[in-house]
Design a protein around this ligand. Structure first.
Ligand code: 6PG
Length: 255
């Protein structure tokens, strides 16, 4: 991210992860938006288009709401940005739990993103067939499934995407998209796998708020146990994961 205005704020945390703590929630959302917009500008300059993979849950909603503000929206190339999803619940798109539905209502509709630039994970029907189909779409539309940016969140149990503790998807080392039975939620989900996440140019965790401060410290500074804390396994020496934390989420880290 040469030329990124906040580049000097990003510090090396360990051999597989970088860390940035921009400040309070507002400053961290501003940083997150700037990072995403710069990644898009960099990708379009380099490859002619930008392929962000959106995460689900409430954290990305705050970021997407900021992206929609006119000064930020003006920096999004609607024709050259292809939106993907990192995971999806087994619900239809109009269900309140749909990650796609949240992204559409919060940003993709307000930004007038053309439908053929948005690739929904169809997790509610024929999920095995649709997982394979989604992998094919990633390969066709995202430079052989090498998306420019994967947004990840962190659950209070240490999961990320729909890679939940003790679930089968943690063992997948070849397929890029799978259906994952999640007994903790009494449901199945569709999710990118570790191999898929490793293929991205930029992998970013966005973690905000006091409620995440304990799990952040356990994941980043606790015993390495990825079966228990799946998010620990994200990040490689070749492509370090960037952890973007607000001050509250970082409060229990010993830095
Ligand atoms: C999902 C997400 C999931 C999320 C974390 C954090 O579909 O639920 O992909 O991995 O990122 O659970 O969620 P919050 O941002 O709501 O805390």
């Amino acid at each position: 991210m040469n030329g990124f205005i906040y580049r000097e704020k990003i510090k090396s945390f360990d051999s597989r992860r970088n860390l940035v703590i921009p400040g309070d929630l507002s400053a961290t959302i501003d940083f997150s938006v700037e990072y995403i917009l710069f990644a898009g500008q960099e990708a379009i300059q380099k490859n002619g288009f930008f392929t962000p993979v959106l995460s689900g849950g409430s954290t990305p909603k705050a970021i997407l709401q900021k992206l929609v503000e006119p000064k930020n929206a003006a920096r999004i190339d609607r024709e050259k940005t292809f939106f993907f999803f990192g995971d999806e619940r087994s619900v239809p798109p109009n269900h309140p739990d749909s990650n796609y539905g949240m992204a559409m209502q919060t940003a993709l509709i307000p930004l007038h993103i053309p439908e053929n630039r948005i690739f929904r994970m169809i997790a509610e029907t024929d999920s095995e067939k649709n997982a394979a189909a989604y992998e094919a779409v990633l390969r066709e539309k995202a430079r052989d499934a090498q998306p420019d940016l994967i947004m990840l969140g962190l659950g209070e149990d240490g999961h990320t995407a729909s890679l939940f503790p003790g679930t089968q998807a943690l063992k997948e080392e070849s397929r890029l998209v799978v259906v994952n039975e999640v007994p903790q939620k009494n449901t199945h989900r569709m999710t990118l796998t570790y191999p898929a996440i490793r293929r991205a140019e930029h992998v970013c965790f966005f973690v905000f708020g006091k409620s995440k401060s304990k799990i952040v410290a356990d994941v980043l500074q606790g015993l390495y146990q990825p079966e228990t804390y799946p998010s620990q396994k994200v990040g490689t020496e070749e492509r370090k994961a960037l952890w973007i934390l607000d001050r509250e989420a970082a409060q229990h880290l010993s830095l």
